[in-house]
Design a protein around this ligand. Structure first.
Ligand code: NAD
Length: 475
């Protein structure tokens, strides 16, 4: 199954027979061979989705609900298998993979409950007409996902598109294809008709680009880096297609001296080092009010040094990074931070006791100036910077002084201050006295370079529906 593409409910070989390897980042061993799709394979997948759309769009909401609930139940039933595979393929600790699968189940359930609530409007015009809007599925949708949450991300947009009556082609990141392919098997077993969901594996520049530029694709949902997101937006413009772009972040956590510092610290560590820091909404800058600064950095050092690093199946605090190339990138950021004069508080290197596997120690820098590259660029790894501030104005200037605007957090006991900051922070998601709250029913997305549009919540259905206005004259 893993060395094939999923088209028309069948696992099929790529036409040119090209393959590439899936590698376990904890051992550097090959764990599977994968199909490397070319533009012709992508075309086959899109055409399959296009054919399937004709019947799928006419299914009743109740039929779609039943299939989506069946998919949720099957994902739940295969939870351990999917989670183990995710950990093997991506490296994350097993308990995190299990939580990601649980989230995927919720995504299917949530979308299942919405199929019969996607209502249009009736608009008063004059005494002799009715005017109403009808929401229609857009058609074939493309879902291009990153490697950090392969299963959860595929299951974030796909159930919504299916619930809206769209068909889909999914392209996972080449580093992490296994659980997305397994999803094909699950959806076939659930009873989704051939062609409603297709999955193509391959490179971004070839298979990904062919998908995003395909004339039969009517909407694109992309999660990944800013650079690729910009390219996707250009591709989408070729056929005037809508895009949702879920991109990167450089998320600030503002910690005031009056906060529950123990809670703030716990959330700093969880926010910065979950999934070895490979999280778009992770804490990447912690801004600490000066009276608490020295204490905070010291306590942070102690907690970070106590974190364990080991293969994901051992369920340590941090698993390996996803790839050798990514570990090189993270190490490059560490060198740059040192060169710019930041002070290393913890980590900063490969763990000495780990020979194989792309591990990296959880790393903290302080004495970081907001102008330094390390304070502005996304690292997307286990690297946190600490920056002191005095007062709200400076905190806001630092927090908002980057190109990104995905998530932000405020830790204080002063509710008035928290609310003013909620108003003024440039971010798509703001958390007060907590980090990461983003269940499937709330909108998820960013501002500025962090993206366009929202996934999750009822707002996400608009990504896959178009409005037809209907006027009926009767007098
Ligand atoms: P990436 O941009 O390198 O790749 C993302 C996907 O795009 C992959 O499937 C890749 O194969 C594909 N791709 C690459 N080039 C392409 C092209 N020219 N045309 C079409 N597709 C192409 O990103 P990544 O390194 O896999 O993921 C890390 C990034 O994702 C980080 O910046 C992170 O912040 C972001 N991210 C954002 C969210 C969010 O919800 N906002 C969630 C997870 C990750």
């Amino acid at each position: 199954m893993f060395d094939q593409l999923f088209i028309d409910n069948e696992f099929v070989a790529p036409a040119a027979g090209r393959r590439f390897d899936a590698i376990d980042p904890a051992t550097e061993q090959r764990i599977a061979t994968l199909a490397l799709a070319d533009a012709g394979d992508v075309d086959r997948a899109v055409r399959s989705a296009h054919r399937a759309f004709a019947a799928w769009r006419r299914t009743t909401p109740a039929e779609r609900t039943r299939l989506l609930l069946k998919a949720a139940a099957l994902v739940e039933a295969r939870r351990d298998e999917i989670a183990r595979l995710e950990t093997l393929d991506m490296g994350k600790p097993l308990r995190e993979s299990l939580a990601n699968v649980a989230r995927a189940v919720r995504s299917f359930e949530y979308a299942a409950g919405a199929t019969d609530k996607l209502e249009g409007q009736s608009i008063p015009v004059d005494a002799r007409s009715f005017n109403f809007t009808h929401l229609e599925p857009v058609g074939v949708t493309a879902h291009i996902t990153p490697w950090n949450y392969p299963f959860a991300n595929a299951c974030r947009s796909l159930p919504v598109a299916l619930a809206a009556g769209c068909t889909a082609v999914v392209k996972p990141a080449s580093e992490t294809c296994l659980t997305t392919l397994l999803l094909g098997d699950v959806l076939r077993e659930a009873g989704f008709p051939p062609g409603v969901v297709n999955i193509v594996t391959g490179s971004g520049t070839e298979a990904g680009a062919a998908l995003a530029r395909h004339p039969l694709v009517r909407a694109i949902t992309f999660t990944g880096s800013v650079g690729t997101g910009q390219r996707i937006a250009q591709y989408a413009s070729e056929h005037v297609r809508p895009v949702v772009l879920e991109l990167g972040g450089k998320n600030p956590q503002l910690v005031y001296a009056d906060a529950d510092l123990d809670l703030a610290l716990r959330e700093t560590v969880r926010g910065a080092f979950t999934n070895a820091g490979q999280v778009c909404t992770g804490v990447s800058r912690v801004l600490v009010e000066r009276p608490a600064y020295t204490r905070y950095v010291e306590a942070l050092r102690e907690r970070v040094e106590a974190l364990t690093v080991a293969p994901g199946l051992d369920d340590a605090d941090l698993g390996p990074l996803v790839s050798e190339a990514h570990r090189r990138t993270v190490a490059g950021h560490v060198s740059a931070a040192r060169d710019e004069g930041a002070r290393l508080v913890a980590g900063g290197s490969v763990p000495p006791d780990r020979g194989r596997g792309w591990f990296f120690r959880p790393t903290v820098f302080d004495q970081v100036d907001p102008a330094m590259r390390i304070a502005r660029e996304e690292v997307f790894g286990p690297l946190l910077v600490v920056i002191p501030f005095d007062g709200d104005e400076e905190a806001l200037a630092i927090a908002n002084g980057v190109e990104f605007g995905l998530a932000a957090g405020i830790f204080t006991r002063d509710l008035g201050r928290a609310m003013r900051l909620v108003r003024d922070l440039e971010a798509g998601m703001v958390w007060v006295n907590e980090w990461f709250q983003s269940p499937v029913q709330v909108p998820h997305g960013g501002v500025k370079h962090s993206g366009i549009g929202r996934e999750q919540g009822l707002a996400a259905f608009a990504n896959y529906l178009q409005t037809k206005d209907v006027a009926i004259r009767f007098g």
